[in-house]
Design a protein around this ligand. Structure first.
Ligand SMILES: Nc1nc2c(ncn2[C@@H]2O[C@H](COP(=O)(O)OP(=O)(O)O)[C@@H](O)[C@H]2O)c(=O)[nH]1
Ligand SMILES: [Mg+2]
Length: 449
C-alpha cells in the first residue's frame, strides 16, 4: 500500500514537472518562439495534462475487447449486476464505445468499464485506430473469447499487447463449453506463439490471467412436477457466473490499482513528450544545422590554432559540450549540464571509432604538433610543412567530430527527453524495478525489457 502511494506520488511529480517545463514560454532560451511549433505541440501538451488529470481523478478504466457476439457487453452487465448495456445474438448491437461506472463491493476503488464494438464490426483502419485509442487510455484490458481462441483473436491480442497494458483473457459462455479448461486455451495460445511470425514478441499471458465465466447463461428448460402429478416445463434464467473474473479484478485492483494508474499516466505522458521532442526537432531543423556547422568550424579552428596537445583536446571537448547545450536550448528540451556530460560520453561510445579516433589521433597529432611546432620548426624547414598538414588533418577530423556530436545529440534529445531527473522513463523504470513478482505489472516489466 505504501509502495503504491509512492508510485502514485512519483508519477504525479513527474507529470507536473513535464507540464511546467513544456508550458514555459521561455524554454527555448534566446531563440525566437516558433509559432508553427507552438501550434504543433499543443495537442501533445493537452495529452500530458490529461494524463495528470486522470491520475487525480483516481478512476481505473477497464475496457472489454473481442470479436462480435463474444459477450463483451454481457460481461460488463454481469460485473455491475444490471442489464445496462444492450446485448444480442445478431451482429453489431454495440455501435459505439460506452462507459459504465462499477461500484465494487469494497467501494474503495472507482472503476469505469468501457464497452467497445466488436473488433470485426467496423472496417480495417478505423477499427484498428479506435481499438488502439481506447487501449492506450485504459488501465486494464479484458479480452473476451468463447469456444476457442482463433487466429484473428490471437492477432488482435498481439496488437493490443503493444500498448503494454495488463490483460485478462476472459473465456465466456462456459455454460456452452463446460469441458474447456484453462489449460486447453493456454496451450492453444502457446501453439499460436510457436507458429506465428511474431516470435520476437510472443503473446505473454499466463494461465493465472485467464478467467472462465458465463456472463449471460442460456435459459435452462426446467421440468416441474406438481403435487397433483401434472408436469410442466418452464424456462429459467440462471444467474451469471462471474465469480472468477470478479475475484481476479478485485485482487489486482486492491493490490496494484494505484501503481497501475501511475504507470499508465506515465506511459501516456512519455509518449506525449517524445512527440513534442520529435516535432520540435523537425521544425527547428534549419537552425540546428546552422548551429552544428558553426560549432564544427569553431572546433576545427580551436584545434588548429592551439599548439598544445592536451589543451586542444580539452578545447574540443568544451566545444562539444557547448554544442550539446546549445542544441538543447534551441529545442527547449529538458537537459541539465550534468546530463550533457553523460550524453557526451554516450555519444562517444555510440559514434565509436570516429570520435575515439579523433581523441587518439588528436593526442598523437597534437603531440606531433607541439613538438614540431615548438622545437623543430626553427631547426628543420620541412617540419613546417609537417606542422601544417598535421594541423589540417587534425582540424578536419575535429570539425567532423563536432558534426557527428551534433547529429547524435539530436537523436538523443529526441529519445532522451524523458530520461532526466523525475523523467517519465526514469520513474517508469523505478516503479517496474520495485514491483513484486506476483503482480500483473510484473509481466509488463518483462514485456518492456
Ligand atoms: N450461453 C451464453 N450466452 C451468452 C453468454 N454471454 C453472452 N451471451 C449471449 O451472446 C450474445 C452476444 O452478447 P453481447 O454481450 O451482445 O456480445 P458482444 O457483441 O460481444 O457485446 C447475446 O445473445 C448474449 O445473450 C454466456 O455466458 N452464455
Ligand atoms: Mg456489445
Amino acid at each position: 500500500m505504501k509502495e503504491e502511494q509512492n508510485h502514485f506520488n512519483l508519477a504525479r511529480a513527474s507529470l507536473q514537472q513535464a507540464i511546467s517545463w513544456y508550458s514555459r514560454f521561455q524554454r527555448h532560451g534566446k531563440h525566437i518562439p516558433n509559432i508553427e511549433l507552438q501550434v504543433a505541440v499543443k495537442k501533445d501538451l493537452q495529452v500530458l495534462k490529461s494524463a495528470l488529470d486522470k491520475l487525480d481523478q483516481n478512476v481505473i478504466k477497464i475496457a472489454t475487447f473481442g470479436l462480435v457476439s463474444k459477450g463483451k457487453s454481457a460481461v460488463i452487465n454481469a460485473l455491475v449486476g444490471q442489464k445496462i448495456l444492450e446485448t444480442g445474438p445478431i451482429n453489431g448491437v454495440t455501435k459505439y464505445p460506452r462507459s459504465v461506472r462499477w461500484h465494487t463491493p469494497s467501494g474503495k476503488i472507482q472503476i469505469e468499464l468501457i464497452d467497445t464494438p466488436g473488433l470485426d464490426e467496423i472496417e480495417g483502419e478505423i477499427r484498428t485506430q479506435m481499438a488502439q485509442e481506447i487501449a492506450s487510455q485504459v488501465d486494464l484490458i479484458l479480452f473476451v473469447i468463447s469456444g476457442d481462441i482463433t487466429r484473428i483473436e490471437y492477432d488482435a491480442l498481439c496488437q493490443l499487447q503493444q500498448n503494454h497494458k495488463p490483460l485478462i483473457l476472459v473465456f465466456n459462455k462456459i455454460d456452452l463449453y463446460p469441458e474447456t479448461e484453462i489449460k486447453t486455451i493456454y496451450n492453444h495460445l502457446q501453439q499460436f506463439n510457436l507458429t506465428s511470425n511474431k516470435q520476437r514478441f510472443p503473446l505473454n499471458i499466463s494461465p493465472q490471467e485467464i478467467a472462465r465465466i458465463s456472463a449471460d447463461p442460456q435459459p435452462l428448460r426446467m421440468r416441474i412436477e406438481w403435487e397433483d402429478g401434472s408436469v410442466t416445463q418452464e424456462w429459467e434464467n440462471p444467474p451469471p457466473n462471474i465469480y472468477e473474473l470478479q475475484e481476479m479484478l478485485l485482487t489486482i485492483l486492491n493490490r496494484e490499482g494505484r501503481s497501475l494508474l501511475a504507470l499508465n499516466a506515465l506511459f501516456q505522458g512519455k509518449k506525449a513528450q517524445e512527440n513534442i521532442a520529435k516535432t520540435t526537432i523537425k521544425l527547428r531543423q534549419e537552425e540546428a544545422e546552422e548551429l552544428i556547422w558553426r560549432y564544427a568550424k569553431y572546433k576545427a579552428l580551436i584545434v588548429a590554432i592551439n599548439p598544445i596537445a592536451v589543451l586542444d583536446l580539452i578545447g574540443g571537448i568544451f566545444t562539444d559540450l557547448n554544442l550539446i547545450r546549445s542544441l538543447a536550448k534551441l529545442y527547449g528540451l529538458p537537459i541539465t549540464s550534468y546530463s550533457a556530460g553523460k550524453l557526451w560520453k554516450k555519444i562517444l561510445i555510440s559514434s565509436g571509432s570516429l570520435l575515439i579516433g579523433e581523441l587518439g589521433g588528436s593526442l598523437v597529432l597534437g603531440i606531433m604538433k607541439s613538438t614540431t611546432g615548438m622545437i623543430s620548426i626553427f631547426e628543420n624547414p620541412t617540419a613546417f610543412t609537417t606542422y601544417g598538414s598535421t594541423v589540417l588533418t587534425q582540424a578536419g577530423i575535429a570539425g567532423y567530430g563536432a558534426y557527428i556530436v551534433g547529429k547524435v545529440t539530436q537523436e538523443y534529445l529526441e529519445k532522451g527527453c524523458t530520461w532526466g531527473d523525475l523523467g517519465a522513463s526514469v520513474v517508469i523504470k523505478e516503479i517496474l524495478d520495485q514491483i513484486d513478482s506476483n503482480t500483473i505489472i510484473y509481466r509488463l516489466k518483462n514485456e518492456l525489457n
